[in-house]
Design a protein around this ligand. Sequence first.
Ligand code: COA
Length: 259
Amino acid sequence: MRVFADHLLRDRHAFVTGGSSGICLAIAERFAEHGARVSILGRSQEKLDAALALLRSHGVEASGFACDVRQYDGMAVALGEARKRHGEIDILVCGAAGNFPAPVLGMSANGFKAVMDIDVLGTFNACRAAYEHLRKPGASIINISATHAFRPIAFQAHVCAAKAGVDSLTQTLALEWGPSGVRVNSVTPGPVDDTEGMRRLAPDEASRKRVLGGVPLRRFATKAEIADLTLFLCSDAATYITGGIYLCDGGQSLGGFGF
Ligand code: COA
């Protein structure tokens, strides 16, 4: 029988894009609670500093890197520096994302491109640049997706296209990098409370109620629940799992009619 310690990620080093706020900060924090050294990457130094104070309060090493995931060279430098400071990188979480609600006719080509670039190109950049650090058995990549990937949502054409692209990348990378021992999976949250995305998509009580009407569990996810799924997939409890798209959406994507 295998016994899992409290610290599921002891001696691991995790690099988390978008880790200075929201779901990805909750993931970084859960990793820190489980003993991982954590590097986070985000655009705002101010947000990075606040997040680092929280992560270090768990008694682990943590560093922040100010960089836009759309910049490949900056990403490569950040990964190299993270490795110098905290050792080999074992886990990559690609969570930097963009969103704003707009109909297709209210969105310029550049608006569409901004989200595609942050989500799809940003995930590609992080994975591509991280591979030289990750290529070893036991390494794990998690790409943060959304139910948008397979469930069309009006005023979210850019995000739907982008998250479908992210899931496709997950599966292609799992194929290409499986032989090196690198596992690649997507985590797919449904509506998550207290996030920038939810504040943009459901800014008032009426729209929050409408969202919950489509969720069988009739509540939003907490960020911690998404972090727990991510922790599981990166842990030694999931060593034969790769190429999967894992839902944590309260049943939202079933899309059926409840009572
Ligand atoms: N409606 C329509 N178009 C919008 C828009 C909105 N609400 N918000 C931004 N855009 C357009 C801009 O007008 C611009 O297009 P243009 O050059 O043709 O005018 C384009 O999107 C890029 O905007 P910009 O602000 O320069 O891009 P950015 O790279 O600084 O920001 C965004 C990217 C637009 C995705 C921004 O919302 C962002 O930074 N988001 C990060 C945080 C986030 O979305 N979190 C939730 C994740 S689920």
